[in-house]
Design a protein around this ligand. Structure first.
Ligand code: TTP
Ligand code: MG
Length: 366
């Protein structure tokens, strides 16, 4: 059997800011557009929980967030700290967290900068026995939450369920720093009182459409019946019926597409010597493959090459295979095929010498 866990970091961008700027700690923080004293355009990316108490939340106009902060000050509370965001830092922290999670999963799929699905495989056992897999999953999920807290100083919320749909809804159920386990027998009851919006794929338009039909929560959606839903939504109606029952068989893809492994090399002097360039390309492919194997990846699906010409114009070419590749010779073949056009008129009509080349693999699986 498989158990799915969904992890979602708490107030991610704002939490990272608090972590890396100790003097911000405990204060209301808003990451988003520049508020320009209330005249700013653009929106809030996220707010920490202290700022959410003022009514500030994601996607709200930044000018509105500024007003909320002004109101708080009039009540004698601290002003919110407005930050425009250090996205490189968020990406680095995200990458490290994803690594912790991926190393502890049988299959792993990042879903955004701060959320990911893990799949844990278990032997089929009697759930009454000591080795109840749902208990084991709960303990493991706690341990991983602690590891993220110890290593990165950040809290997250996790949801455990029989599929991605339920795990995702569960991770949102207790926030921040929550852990919610929904066993298969509890799924229907757990999701029944949730707003239809809790179903991934149900956006504001569908929500509004359903509201007009008198359907606000998942129980009511279930009662509508398949016939009507198909009339309203076409094929997607069938999907909705399944989702309203908490049924979903979307796999955890096992492809860590956010992660790539690559190396680059700048030549001592610009060159268009094919034998030399292909020899270096071969060597870079070997280096990439070594790192790929060391990080215990098993296959990749995309090969990428980069070429920077003497005039600094830089081009990349990539090829995504229908089937994953797992061998160094396979990678070398792909890299050769991608580089060759740069050595003749196809990609290099003016015979410009080359200054740098790079090799990268993406869509990695463990
Ligand atoms: P979320 O996980 O939706 O939000 P969050 O982590 O800030 O808060 P929560 O505790 O409720 O999970 O999004 C993750 C990050 O993505 C968030 O920190 C900032 C960014 N983001 C935006 O830039 N714009 C948005 O509208 C949303 C929702 C998120
Ligand atoms: Mg989050």
């Amino acid at each position: 059997m498989r158990i799915i866990v969904h992890y979602d970091m708490d107030a991610f961008f704002a939490a990272v800011e608090e972590k890396y700027n100790p003097h911000f700690r405990g204060k209301p923080i808003v990451v988003g557009a520049d508020p320009r004293s209330g005249k700013g355009r653009g929106v809030v990316s996220t707010a920490n929980y202290a700022a959410r108490k003022y009514g500030i939340k994601s996607a709200m106009p930044i000018s509105r967030a500024w007003q909320f902060s002004e109101e708080a000050q009039r009540r004698g509370e601290p002003a919110a700290i407005f930050l425009t965001g250090n996205f490189r830092l968020y990406a680095e922290v995200s990458e490290r967290i994803m690594k912790i999670l991926a190393e502890n999963a049988d299959a792993f799929e990042p879903a955004s900068v701060d959320e990911a699905y893990l799949e844990w495989k278990f032997q089929n056992t009697n759930s009454k026995s000591q080795t109840d897999p749902w208990k084991i999953a709960e303990e493991r999920a706690k341990t991983l939450k602690k590891e993220i807290l110890d290593q990165e100083g950040l809290t997250c919320s996790a949801g455990i369920g029989p599929n991605k749909l339920v795990a995702k809804i569960a991770s949102d159920f207790q926030k921040p720093n929550g852990l919610t386990v929904v066993r298969p027998e509890d799924v229907k009851e757990f999701i029944a009182p949730m707003p239809v919006r809790a179903i991934p794929g149900v956006g504001p338009k569908t929500e509004e459409f359903l509201r007009r039909k008198g359907v606000k929560i998942i129980r009511e959606l279930r009662e509508v019946g398949e016939g009507k839903l198909v009339r309203w939504f076409g094929k997607w109606g069938i999907d909705l019926v399944e989702k309203a029952r908490g049924v979903s068989d979307r796999p955890v893809s096992g492809e860590w597409s956010a992660k790539s492994i690559g190396v680059e090399e700048t030549f001592e002097s610009d060159t268009l010597n094919p034998a030399f360039i292909l020899e270096r390309a071969d060597a870079l492919a070997t280096q990439v493959f070594k790192r790929f194997a060391r990080e215990s990846f098993e296959s990749f699906r995309t090969a990428v090459v980069t070429v920077r010409f003497a005039d600094f114009k830089t081009q990349t070419r990539s090829h995504t295979l229908p089937q994953p590749l797992a061998t160094l010779s396979g990678l070398k073949g792909e890299i050769l095929r991608l580089f060759l056009p740069f050595l003749d008129r196809r990609e290099n009509p003016h015979s410009k010498p080359i200054r740098l080349i790079g090799v990268r693999v993406e869509k990695l699986s463990r």
